[in-house]
Design a protein around this ligand. Sequence first.
Ligand code: TPP
Ligand code: MG
Length: 371
Amino acid sequence: MPRKTLEIPLSVEHLSILDEKGKVDKNLEPKIPKDRLLRLHRMMKQGRAFDQRMLSLQRQGRIGTFPPVSGQEASQLGIVAAMDPEDWMVPAFREMTAELWRGRSMESILISANGFNEGADAEDGEGPATDFPVSVPVGSQMLHAVGIAWGIQYRKSDRVVATFFGDGATSEGDFHEAMNFAGVWRLPVLFVCQNNQWAISIPRKDQTRSETLAQKAIAYGFPGIQVDGNDVLAVYAAAVEAVDRARKGEGPTLIECVTYRMSVHTTADDPKRYRTDEEVDAWKKKDPVERFEKYLLSKKHLTKKKIASLEEDIEGEIKEAVKRAEEKMGTIGDPLEMFDHLYAELSPRLKQQRDALERELSELQEDSNHG
Ligand SMILES: Cc1ncc(C[n+]2csc(CCOP(=O)(O)OP(=O)(O)O)c2C)c(N)n1
Ligand SMILES: [Mg+2]
């Protein structure tokens, strides 16, 4: 048999609409109503401000470990803005701004960040019941997303699922299993890779020899697109197309959002040990929030004065949310709950530990009753 070249589609599209200076490509500009554009802007600003507040609360010992979003607001909001509330969101652990858009309160996020189950309770208006909680084991949530999508297809519903993950997660077996299964069954999934250049201290170039992450979709038989992840218009436009395909039963899409984690990996990390200030500064010039703000100013949807008063409102809302969360945390939580949900029956050793903690807690309670 002679050798021959098989004609397989091997190109990957890259989409960018709003450049670093906030200048828009008129031919590609999506038609988004003004009130929606302003809501996107507000959420970007709120996400950024809340992120900074969370960081300082952690430094003061008022919340636990926290993974900041700063830099990735457009990658998250462009996707969720293209979805309906009844669609499903299956996040990793860094999608706080997407959760805020979907209706989760800052109060609930703060309560969760302190380790209370009560914060993740979707039943008292803390975000749609179609949102999954954070998933810390890297990549595992993509399989959950595909399972949900299979259920949607089985029930002949037109809902779609968006699952978020990082560049690092593409090295996990779970990513490949999820992509393959979704491709084979043409499931309604948006695989949203936030390529923020780092998986803790491992740079993107050491993660894979592939030139793009988007091209990995080709092997599984569905489209992959690379977008400027700091350009909310590009992310939104790509997401609208992917949602449409998924709803029509045309299967999954992989969207690689090229972005940057501007802050620490988590509050337990020191990025100065593995990346340079020059790199961070270069990405700061591509800031998704500033860029979008410039665009809205040039469209006259916003004025500097309106921005200043919005910033003030947001600060006030954050302050209120922190106050309410801290008040609530004083009245909830039973440390014994930590033994409740892992085993149907506790092992003798765990039972011993539970009994010891119970005794200790009731002694503390007696002391406080007497004192
Ligand atoms: C299965 C698994 N391995 C390792 C870890 C430790 N870990 C937490 S986050 C992370 C890096 C993830 O990088 P990426 O997927 O790019 O997401 P990012 O943190 O950049 O948002 C690692 C290795 C983990 N949580 N789960
Ligand atoms: Mg990453």
